[in-house]
Design a protein around this ligand. Structure first.
Ligand code: COI
Length: 330
């Protein structure tokens, strides 16, 4: 069995070794990301393991199939970079890791809300200036908030549990309603209702064609003044220019963004001067906007599960032609 794993980082190597020892199978690991050039490295392998970063285009998918490789196991959850039509057209079988650690992502939402509320950047700056004054940075408390959760899958559910433990009131919206949460009566019928009632909105939905720029000018206009926005999901779910307008008007009092629109070019890398453009600079300069570089997933348990589950899926595909982690593209 020959599996090649692309884009393997130093922090993933111990987990690859662990899997190799447990399964007595050697994995070829390469630091390069999977793309139309590096795909040649996969020649003579039975399956590819990679993670989401670059676009997996029809050309790339054709090249994978031209190498007679049928299986691609992605070691993360999101598959919005994968051209689903090409997957179906060329008969590639794709798996993902749907639940490597919902806590990893949910915990960052809560951490960032606490930072926004407790004005950590403001007080850090004050400390740098030997300034021990309090005003005007008085905090809110999570228990007084109504948290609107968009997307109540595994991550949303974990976020709900944690926010509940803080004593917050929870309302949720999802096109697929979770039966237990439904019984608890957390769902509102429309997003407009969620916008109108929430003091904090946290997004935990996958990116789809239907929810591109879900939070646009109209959505922000429907929200309460001084709402806080948390996005640990995908950059495309927020129209960034509309967010900037909502920050300028005070409609949005603070935002934490772990994902940004068009982040692919600088994903886990350094930005060039030209990449620090108007929109990005505008957000970075604001103390009430906290940006992290798509690190919500980046915890030890999560990374271990991403590697082990993806390799297991790959092995299942090679041995049986199937995996319970198969992704169906419409
Ligand atoms: C995901 O699992 O979808 C993530 O956002 C993690 C990232 C490594 C692509």
């Amino acid at each position: 069995m020959k599996i090649i794993a692309y884009g393997i980082r130093e922090d993933e190597l111990p987990y690859v070794k662990e899997w190799e020892n447990d399964n007595q199978i050697k994995i070829e690991t390469v630091p390069d990301l999977l793309d139309e050039k590096t795909v040649q490295l996969a020649a003579n392998h039975d399956a590819i393991v990679a993670y989401q970063q670059k676009d997996y285009t029809p050309e790339l998918i054709k090249k994978i199939r031209d190498l007679h490789i049928k299986y691609l196991s992605i070691r993360n959850t999101g598959v919005d970079n994968v051209d689903g039509d090409a997957v179906n057209q060329y008969g590639l079988i794709v798996t993902n890791v749907p639940s490597y650690s919902p806590s990893a992502v949910a915990e960052l939402s809560i951490a960032k809300l606490l930072e926004l509320f407790r004005k950590t950047p403001q007080f850090n700056r004050k400390m740098e200036n030997n300034d021990f004054t309090w005003e005007p940075d008085i905090s809110k408390e999570i228990r007084t908030q109504t948290i609107g959760v968009i997307g109540t899958g595994r991550i949303g559910q974990t976020a709900i549990k944690i926010f509940k433990a803080f004593g917050a009131k929870i309302i949720g919206y999802d096109i697929y309603q979770n039966p237990t949460l439904k019984e608890e009566g957390i769902y509102v019928d429309t997003l407009e209702e969620l916008y109108a009632k929430s003091t904090v909105i946290t997004i935990h939905s996958p990116a789809t064609e239907d929810n591109y720029h879900l939070l646009d000018d109209e959505a922000f206009n429907n929200m309460q003044d001084g709402v806080h926005i948390l996005n640990m999901a995908r950059g495309t779910l927020i129209d960034t220019d509309a967010l900037i307008r909502a920050l300028d008007s005070g409609k949005v009092a603070g935002a934490a963004l772990d994902t940004l629109e068009n982040e692919t070019d600088y994903f886990n890398g350094k930005l060039t001067e030209s990449q620090v453009n108007g929109t990005f600079k505008n957000l970075l300069q604001r103390e009430n906007v906290l940006i992290t570089p798509h690190t919500a997933f980046y915890t030890e348990p999560a990374v271990r599960n991403m590697v082990i589950d993806a390799l297991n899926a790959s092995k299942d595909l090679i041995e049986t032609g199937h995996s319970d982690k198969e992704v169906k593209f419409k």
